[in-house]
Design a protein around this ligand. Sequence first.
Ligand code: NAP
Length: 546
Amino acid sequence: MSATQATNGAAKPAHALDYDVIIIGAGISGMYQLLRLRELGMRVRVLEAGTGVGGTWYWNRYPGARFDSESYSYQYSFSKELLDEWSWSEHFAGQPETLRYLNHVADKFDLRKDIQFRSRVKSAHYQEASRSWKVSVEDGSAYSARFLITAVGPLSAPTMPRIAGVETFKGESYHTGLWPHHPVSFAGKRVAVIGTGATGVQTIQEVAKTVGHLTVFQRTPNWCKPLKNGKISDEEQKRIKASYDEIFKRCDETYSCFLHTPDPRRTFEVSSEEREAFLEKLYDTPGFGMWQGNFRDMLTDREANKVISEFVANKIRQRVKDPKVAEQLIPRNHGFGTRRVPMETKYYEVYNQPNVELVDIKETPIEQITSNGLKTSDRTFEFDMIIYATGFDAVTGSFDRIDIRGAGGVGLKEKWRGGIETFVGVQVAGFPNMMMLVGPHTALGNIPRSIEYNVDWVAGLLGYMKERNLTLAEAKPEAIDAWTDFVREKAEGLLSNEIDSWMTGVNLNVDGKSKRILARYSGSAPEYRAWCNKVAAEGYKDLALA
Ligand code: NAP
């Protein structure tokens, strides 16, 4: 179905549709999109599976969940009043505080009246004849709207490991991304954690504080870096609040919208002493500095990456007392920064505790989960609790879980089977009037920053259409090709694209996701915005509007 074919249907009048816009998801992106479209006088309904707002921060209430980016750079920036009245208590806020913040935003802007909770969307089908979307909820209800906006998040479809017997375990078991709302105690219990990504690391270091005995099952170690969190003093609070303009200006200018951005020097441009001193400084810098603010060739030059990785490996060796365990914690199959770097607080020291054991399941794979524990190839373990920190069916997974069908009944899941192609991560060919927030091939990085840009851009487009009584928007094939070529070009030569991770679309727990794909845009956020700004400035001629 081409853009021109899709324009054939006659628009059903707006008053004959339930809403102008249906947004799926009341996380950071859905909440802000609701507000912006309401300002345009549109009738908007948000359908949310959970019982409250917050998305990622609503679902991921596992022990130790917190920001890995500076709190003040990771909040909404659109309202000066909101910035002035909210005070973060820590440089990297914990999940309960973030969820409180998002609830405060929902209250302040009276968002809840347009959000329908406990409403998991089952399907969304484009109706060619009326240029609208029919969206069905699991409870059997269905709604129509001119536009469909997906605000489903890139990391929101939790995946359980494919291990025989998972359903047979009789003790407590939790996936971190579906953590219960009631308190969970680890005291005196024998607890297993499976998974050592950013989530597993945060969970392990928190559980280890009170657990009876902890066994960590690690398939692939990751390069972790100290978070260096701390309380925000009154003095700092004043300074932060006085510098919001600078903070957000900086985020606008950096490669991935973080406060940190690559150092202009190359790794071997400096003497080994200078290099060592710089890496020491970065290791000691709070947050993502060592990942996002390292030498500019760290992710493109193998030798540079090797030197930096060896520096971090030595830190692990210094921090973990048992040399065998230290070596097990050092990644061998990928270099520092080529996967998302987990931020940690005394994570490595956890393995010095007498009640903590690390099991390398590459050496001795888990063969089966049993009713009272699990079996690896060489041992049997008994547990009171198993925590699955096994990640998400990322990027496309939350789309795949909804039966999304565009013009001609074509399924999005089937369409993406051959590879992802989008227009600036917002539109897909054959899915008119569907806009994606933080969709595949959009700039991610500091996600709230990217969300605000994405949402404003979509609001700009919908406002433009409203003013002109336009009822159909679909990206033109040549515009999709141009953007996809650019995404491909930006991915070239990046070491991170040679590694299996959610960032390259690999999840061995999901059918059809065992091979690396071009899952994300790896160019800079300023380049992304320049592209999108040009589209808007030129009257959206990359889209067929009718
Ligand atoms: P993840 O990075 O995909 O890690 C999943 C872990 O589970 C990996 O260690 C993986 O091992 C392991 N695993 C998966 N299936 C397994 C199986 N069948 N058997 C044994 N081990 C298995 O997921 P995540 O830790 O939830 O993090 C995902 C992303 O969420 C992060 O990269 C980050 O972007 C985001 N996140 C953000 C924050 C924050 O901002 N504060 C915190 C947490 C997460 P392999 O590596 O061998 O596959």
